[in-house]
Design a protein around this ligand. Structure first.
Ligand SMILES: [Zn+2]
Length: 225
């Protein structure tokens, strides 16, 4: 291979090069990049250096026409942007729980103005919550909710899923991690799943002790006392 310019550590738009990718390409090196939004992308040198690719795909998701609303950076606008990322951008770190599960955003909410009109400004301390957790993001399925209401929704998802499809331990852990992502305290998660805080903390950090794959694994995790 010829002379390779190491791009590690360099920043291109929203992307910071982490390392040379293991993946092979015929022309030019591929680089693993971390995006400002939390997403990841693997991009070749040329596309980085010419500015062809400057994000994990999140820029495209945000680039909807008519952005002259003067709300960029506000709480409400951040909620709208994050909703779109987790539902529309497969590179988002939360995709698996949203877009990857078929959770959609209604066409009307391509427009931030319409979202603002439907939902109003986001109150301090509240987050965007779906009333039916299997339904998409649209006016009649969304509300601004405080952490307590959000925890109740999560408890509902958990119960429903447990009955519906005999959740595996990995799914339970994913659910716990999702709640953590959403800002729930360990104590709150422990209450939802009826587990000890230390157990929940261990599961979120390390997953199950072995690859056993049914619900009862939780009760077998020893308490660290
Ligand atoms: Zn991104």
């Amino acid at each position: 291979m010829g002379h390779l310019v190491n791009l590690s550590g360099q920043k291109f738009g929203r992307l910071t090069v982490v390392q040379k990718s293991e993946q092979k390409q015929i022309s030019g090196a591929l680089w693993d990049c971390a995006c400002e939004c939390g997403g990841k992308a693997t991009v070749n040198s040329l596309k980085l250096r010419t500015g062809h690719t400057g994000s994990c795909g999140c820029l495209k998701v945000e680039a909807v026409p008519n952005l002259r609303h003067g709300h960029s950076g506000t709480r409400t606008h951040r909620s709208w942007k994050e909703m779109r990322q987790r539902c529309l951008n497969p590179k988002s770190d939360k995709w698996q729980w949203y877009g990857g599960r078929g959770i959609t955003v209604c066409k009307e909410w391509d427009s931030f103005e319409q979202f603002l009109l439907d939902m109003g400004e986001r109150p301090i301390g509240m987050t965007l919550d779906r009333i039916d957790s299997d339904g998409g993001y649209k006016k009649d399925n969304c509300r601004w909710a405080n952490p307590k209401q959000q925890a109740e929704t999560n408890r509902g998802i958990f119960k429903k899923n447990r009955v519906a499809n005999n959740k595996t331990s990995q799914e339970v852990i994913d659910q716990m991690r999702l709640m953590r992502h959403q800002g729930a305290k360990l104590k709150e998660i422990a209450a939802v799943f009826n587990k000890d805080v230390s157990v929940v903390s261990g599961l979120i950090k390390h997953g199950p002790r072995s690859s056993r794959s049914s619900l009862h694994v939780n009760s077998e995790i020893p308490l660290c006392r």
